[in-house]
Design a protein around this ligand. Structure first.
Ligand code: GLN
Length: 200
């Protein structure tokens, strides 16, 4: 079984847990204390409010636990506010976990257009269109180093992968489509198999 944690401090936790239960060989769990992070095979940082999430990570002293996982190669996926937490640069603000080589514009779609739905093909994730739900979403203005753009919509970068890290501006947990979760689970599975092989 693949043990995948969802950071459970604030935001869209239940929706991710619910979708993960639909995928074979995945045991989803909520994580909120230091000890919960120790034996995870994968971690999701959900959407919510990144300033609040950043403060809660400091209050509960959890930043190092997440950074340690990232350095060990454990797959981590940030959706929306989670993507903001992963970034090394946020326009006009201090960054949080400093893990991904991306520059973020928070609430990048402005006020009128702050929530919308669309669809797109994300070639690495699926050859069919996947639904994309944006809610007061950020986007990346720039990726550097070996961060790879998985999807750009109207000159806004909305899905990025950098080694074990994945970030999406949109919320796949709010749609019925499992493709993005399945893609993340594939990364988790590959990480766990390589870890088991190395231990032999
Ligand atoms: N706008 C939020 C922020 O800046 C993110 C919104 C979301 O996660 N749905 O934190």
């Amino acid at each position: 079984m693949l043990k995948i944690g969802v950071l459970s401090l604030q935001g869209g936790v239940e929706e991710h847990l619910k979708l993960l239960t639909k995928i074979k060989n995945v045991s989803p769990c909520s994580v909120k204390k230091k000890k919960d992070f120790i034996d995870l095979d994968g971690l999701i940082l959900p959407g919510g409010e990144s300033t609040t999430l950043g403060k809660l990570l400091d209050i509960f002293d959890l930043k190092d636990s997440i950074i340690d996982l990232a350095y060990k190669g454990v797959p981590i996926w940030g959706t929306c506010a989670g993507m903001i937490l992963l970034a090394k640069k946020i326009d006009g603000e201090k960054s949080h976990l400093n893990l991904m080589d991306i520059n973020i514009k928070r609430n990048g779609y402005g006020n009128q257009l702050d929530s919308f739905k669309t669809t797109a093909i994300i070639p690495k994730i699926s050859k069919f269109e996947v639904p994309l739900t944006f809610i007061r979403a950020p986007y990346a203005t720039k990726v550097t180093s070996n961060a790879e753009v998985l999807l750009e919509l109207d000159n806004k970068i909305v899905a990025i992968e950098q080694d074990n890290l994945l970030a999406t501006s949109f919320h796949p947990e709010l749609d019925e489509d499992l493709k993005t979760h399945e893609y993340f689970v594939k990364k988790v599975k590959a990480f766990k198999s390589s870890k088991l092989k190395a231990a032999k």
